[in-house]
Ligand binder design. Structure first.
Ligand code: FMN
Length: 356
């Protein structure tokens, strides 16, 4: 199990030390990490997501940076576009038993099980920390019934500290066992109830990648009123200890994240943008395996207006700073004044489409 305890301990206690472990788990990441803390660059990195203005397109992904400010002593939050809260459910949840985070050659597997303090404590104890936050905060909502999503989304709608409500739809509905995010009709039914409750801020839907047709799910989300799409979440995965012959995660299966999933998600962002989101004028946030500015730039060229990072924070919580800095220089080098000019600007798009 080699380095396993390191990543597990770091992940569960968030990122308070801020120490870099470059090269620990992902050597390719270390080779590509550039320079120290970045300097300010010239290009305009600000982006608008359904009317929410971000200082730059770099967002921290749900569940990988605590509730609100836990990562602040490792990372100056004013250098981020937004933070996403851990997914909040109506009732508190302890989550799954250990092991619930393990390493894998190109990322990590997690089966946290939505451990969180529940809506009441989140609103009372965690959300006040967001006052004066120097970047935007997206509130992530999860649930195992339509009513649960409704309760959390309605509360978030009233919270001034939250700029947008993000639905994590990778949860099974206890009523029928189907995941909301894996069936277009289930997603439509969820949004029919939740959308009317989110009136004062944009509603984002975080799509599951565990589907045959991501465009069908994106279409269902947009039909249901999603004003931005997060593409995507972790991939259903499993790891087995060949000596004990038991699954390495207590729950048996979990979700794969990190560099290994990035090219798959680039294709999903590309398809989502070109086949539905661009015409619907619904921005896409690319999420999956971003470790450096090139990964982020790839998402932007594929059609993402913003880019989120999760697993990379466990290796180096300051990685988002280098991503923002690298993007600024990239935009400059490409003769653009704003990063928005490069959204969906991949060449030979038709060829990629034809060969799909
Ligand atoms: C430890 C861990 C906890 C996560 N918790 C959540 C969560 O609470 N809600 C959610 O929507 N996604 C959660 N995710 C998924 C991430 O937000 C992200 O979608 C996924 O990790 C892919 O991005 P990455 O490759 O940059 O990590 C979690 C991921 C990890 C690794």
């Amino acid at each position: 199990m080699g380095r396993l305890p390191v990543i597990a301990a770091r992940s569960e206690r968030t990122h308070r030390t801020g120490r870099s472990e470059r090269g620990g788990l992902f050597p390719s990441l270390a080779l590509r990490a550039e320079g120290a803390v970045p300097s300010a660059a010239m290009a305009d990195l600000s982006v608008s997501l359904a009317g929410v203005r971000l200082a730059n397109p770099v967002v921290l992904a749900a569940g990988t940076c605590g509730y609100v400010r836990e990562i602040a002593d490792a990372l100056p939050l004013e250098r981020l576009g937004a933070i996403t809260t851990k997914s909040i459910t109506a009732e508190s949840r302890e989550g799954n038993a250990p092991w619930r985070i393990i390493d894998s050659p190109a990322g990590m597997l997690n089966a946290i099980g939505l451990a969180n303090v529940g809506l009441d404590r989140f609103m009372r104890e965690k959300l006040p920390e967001a006052r004066g936050l120097p970047c935007k905060l997206f509130g992530s909502v999860a649930g195992h019934s339509v009513d649960e999503y409704l309760a959390v989304a309605s509360a978030f709608d009233t919270a001034a500290e939250i700029a947008a409500v993000e639905l994590n739809v990778s949860c099974p509905n206890t009523a029928d066992g189907l995941q909301f995010g894996e069936h277009p009709d289930a997603l439509r039914a969820l949004l029919r109830e939740v959308k009317p409750a989110v009136r004062s801020k944009p509603l984002f839907v975080k799509l599951s990648p565990n589907v045959g047709d991501i465009v069908a799910m994106a279409t269902a989300a947009i039909d249901g009123g999603a004003q931005a799409l997060v593409v995507a979440n972790t991939f259903a995965a499993m790891a087995i200890d060949v000596e004990t012959r038991a699954p390495r995660l207590s729950r048996g299966r979990g979700g794969l994240s990190g560099p290994g999933i990035h090219p798959i998600v680039v294709r999903m962002v590309y398809d989502t943008y070109h086949r539905v989101a661009r015409d619907a004028k619904v921005p896409v946030i690319g999420l999956g395996g971003v470790s450096n500015w090139r990964d982020a730039a790839e998402f932007i060229l594929a059609g993402a207006s913003a880019v989120a990072m999760g697993t990379a924070l466990f290796i180096d919580p300051r990685a988002p700073l280098r991503v923002a800095d690298g993007l600024a220089k990239w935009v400059d080098r490409h003769g653009c004044r704003s990063v928005s000019e490069l959204v969906g600007a991949v060449k030979d798009g038709a060829k990629a489409e034809a060969k799909a």
